[in-house]
Design a binder for this molecule. Structure first.
Ligand code: IVH
Length: 682
């Protein structure tokens, strides 16, 4: 009797666990694959908790494929390679509408048709690419993109992602799950999850992720799957690897529908477009809609829908000819200018800064944006109280792109530059040939603070732990007055500072001590001489010693390639000022030991000036127009065809006859990486 009762109870528990597992998988599918949840998050969590509790009490009930096991994998020591059966290609970019139209023209030419092409327009998710392999419907492996052929095996980590099913479903006999299926998609993180994760990290004193993409990539590439499991990652699938032989697909859209049917989440935000015009309209709709999406996207991917047309078009070495990524221009988000303040920098330049209602731009909260100078404010007509669009220039520095004048109420206030420095009260002037206003007081505390922060910065003396806030306190509390005071600091000077522990004081003193051994170029850069950035500092290091730089006159300086009259004059003026000379001597007396050095960078001043350049093949990091614009600004002439007069041919992916001709004529050929190197170092 007793035994019978127990068996029944066990069976009950085991079927209860199975029922819970089934329910959880079902609701996962509704939520992630169908985007159509039937129950609330709280109800889902309740089911999950019930299963966890049941399995905790009766560990014998745990099955390997229980949804609770998504978190239970052991850490690994290193990632092993993951071979993609078919290469995981990348996409060519179109940076503007004309380039999208060019793409359509190429497609129609290659397909020899004047008819409109059917495209599928999808969102370009801003995460990282993965391939998942299913064998007989069971998830057996997953890898990152890597170089397209070999990635890293992230199978265990991918298993922790709830929207990645462990097992595919066969909805009908017509679409049975193939024996082997490789599916491609993008792992990403929702903006709200990203913000929450960063808040938690800041509470724990960990550095925040710069954007949701980095957070997703950093979370997937964890050696400990428990860490990945704790991160709210998601995945959307957008294609297959090798087409499975047993399934017939006519179109790309068919593939996506079938993936959904098998339980794989496909982004519902997609459209079949008849002709490039319709695809472009979809893109334009997305420019608006993008701001309301819960995740980051960086463009729209336009793919030829018909699979036989796709195979006729084929692939180039790195990207298919049947698809293009039409990229958004920098993310623009609407907000309000609360106030305009000014900031005094180390050279005395007074920069206006807009204080904004905080907004999320490209996954990062933006609260302020530089307005550069008064001319810029006047040109854009930015007033206090204006509704504005902000973006992150080069995806980093927040900037006000434009004012939404239609939103003006009449209450907005025109801004004018202060006539007195907000930090020291000295007069603020604008010199006739300058765009900037300057505080004329060389002893202005804001300037002193700025120059010390610059001196300590990474490319200069590299004093770890001596940032903005600490320097401000040191100056305000009169612990130091100049950079040379740093080298006579003692533990006693710092110990009494509230909130500055002994450990941080010791660490800081050690960093200061370590900074005494410095290269000539870093030292020169750290002095903050006007017009002397890292590049000019490297050129000056060619003089061999500090003494030679100090004693060089205008003429000698100007003979250096890359140093013009203005720069030479700034350097000579700096060293002829007795106050500066005294500072340099003091630093040397206090033990700063400058290593005389050979140039650290190849001198390429004016490399592009007067050069005739031809581009051939596709560039992956920027459009040809952008590349051309950058070197034209440095004096290069861009031409179409290669001849003996051509100085450089920049060969991107799939460069053709122009590259052959360049080789034949012995013209210098640069790869994309070499080109970028030559642009950034010039
Ligand atoms: S298709 C053969 N579709 O964009 C074409 N890619 O350089 C392969 N991406 O990191 C890509 N959303 O992971 C495609 N809807 C989408 C996409 C997409 C994001 C990513 C892809 C890769 C990059 C392409």
């Amino acid at each position: 009797m007793t035994t019978e009762r127990l068996i029944t109870e066990d069976e009950d528990l085991s079927s209860k666990a199975a029922e819970l597992r089934g329910l959880i998988e079902y609701h996962n599918h509704r939520y992630y694959a169908l985007d159509d949840p039937e129950i609330s998050d709280a109800e889902y969590d309740k089911l999950f908790r019930q299963l966890v509790e049941l399995e905790n009490e009766h560990p014998e009930l745990i099955t390997v494929d229980s949804p609770t096991q998504r978190v239970g994998f052991a850490p690994i020591e290193k990632f092993v390679p993951f071979q993609h059966e078919a290469p995981l290609l990348s996409l060519e970019n179109a940076m503007n509408l004309e380039e999208a139209i060019d793409f359509d023209r190429r497609v129609r030419k290659l397909l020899a048709t004047n008819e409109e092409i059917d495209y599928v327009a999808e969102l370009k998710m801003d995460g990282l690419a993965v391939e998942l392999v299913y064998e007989n419907g069971v998830l057996t492996g997953a890898g990152t993109r890597g170089d397209g052929y070999t990635g890293e095996d992230v199978s265990t980590n991918v298993r922790t992602i709830r929207s990645a099913p462990w097992r595919l479903v066969s909805p009908s006999n017509e679409s049975p799950v193939p024996a082997k299926l490789g599916v491609r998609g993008e792992v990403f993180m929702d903006n709200s999850d990203f913000e929450k994760l960063n808040e938690e990290r800041s509470v724990r004193g960990e550095a925040p992720f710069a954007n949701p993409r980095n957070a997703a990539a950093g979370s997937l590439r964890q050696l400990d799957p428990a860490v990945t499991a704790s991160r709210p990652l998601r995945v959307f699938f957008y294609g297959v690897g090798a087409l499975p032989a047993e399934v017939e697909f006519a179109t790309h859209y068919d593939i996506l529908e079938r993936l959904k049917g098998w339980g794989l989440p496909v982004n519902p935000e997609l459209r079949v477009c008849h002709g490039i015009g319709a695809a472009v309209s979809y893109f334009e709709e997305l420019v608006e809609k993008r701001e309301y999406l819960p995740y980051e996207i960086d463009g729209v991917v336009i793919k030829v829908n018909d699979l036989s047309a796709q195979s006729l078009l084929g692939e180039k070495s790195r990207s298919p000819r049947w698809a293009i990524a039409l990229k958004f221009s920098p993310h623009q988000v609407q907000t309000h200018v609360r106030e305009i303040r000014v900031n005094v920098g180390r050279t005395g330049i007074v920069t206006p800064v807009a204080i904004l209602n905080p907004v999320l731009v490209g996954g990062v909260t933006v609260k302020r944006a530089t307005l550069h100078n008064i001319d810029e404010i006047t040109r854009k007509d930015i007033r206090v109280g204006d509704a504005v669009l902000v973006h992150r220039a080069g995806d980093v520095i927040p900037e006000v792109a434009e004012v939404i004048t239609s939103r003006r109420t009449g209450e907005e206030k025109v801004f004018s530059m202060p006539t007195e420095c907000p930090d020291c009260g000295a007069i603020v002037v604008r010199l006739p040939d300058e765009a900037f206003h300057r505080c004329i007081n060389r002893n202005c505390p804001a300037q002193i603070k700025g120059s010390i922060v610059h001196f300590a910065s990474r490319d200069a003396m590299d004093i770890n732990g001596l940032g903005d806030k600490i320097v401000s306190r040191f100056i305000d509390e009169k612990i130091i007055r100049t950079v040379s005071d740093l080298y006579s600091l003692h533990l006693e000077d710092l110990e009494h500072l509230a909130g500055f522990g002994q450990k941080s004081a010791q660490n800081l003193l050690k960093s200061i001590e370590d900074s005494k051994h410095v290269s000539l170029s870093r030292f020169l850069y750290g002095l903050g001489i006007s017009h002397v950035g890292t590049f000019v500092a490297d050129l000056l290091a060619n003089f061999g010693s500090l003494e030679r730089v100090r004693s060089a006159g205008m003429e000698e300086l100007q003979q250096t390639r890359g140093i013009g009259e203005k720069v030479a004059s700034a350097i000579a003026t700096y060293f002829s000022n007795p106050e500066n000379s005294r500072l340099v001597d003091e630093l040397l007396e206090l033990g700063v030991a400058i290593e005389n050095q050979q140039p650290v960078r190849v001198v390429q001043a004016g490399y592009w000036a007067g050069k005739t350049v031809v581009f051939t093949g596709g560039l992956s990091s920027m459009s040809r127009q952008e590349a051309g614009r950058q070197i034209s600004a440095k004096g290069a002439r861009i031409t179409e065809s290669v001849s003996k007069k051509t100085d450089v041919v920049v060969a991107g992916a799939d460069a053709g006859s122009k590259l052959d001709k360049a080789r034949k004529l012995g013209v210098k050929v640069m790869t994309e990486d070499e080109f970028i190197g030559a642009v950034t170092s010039d």
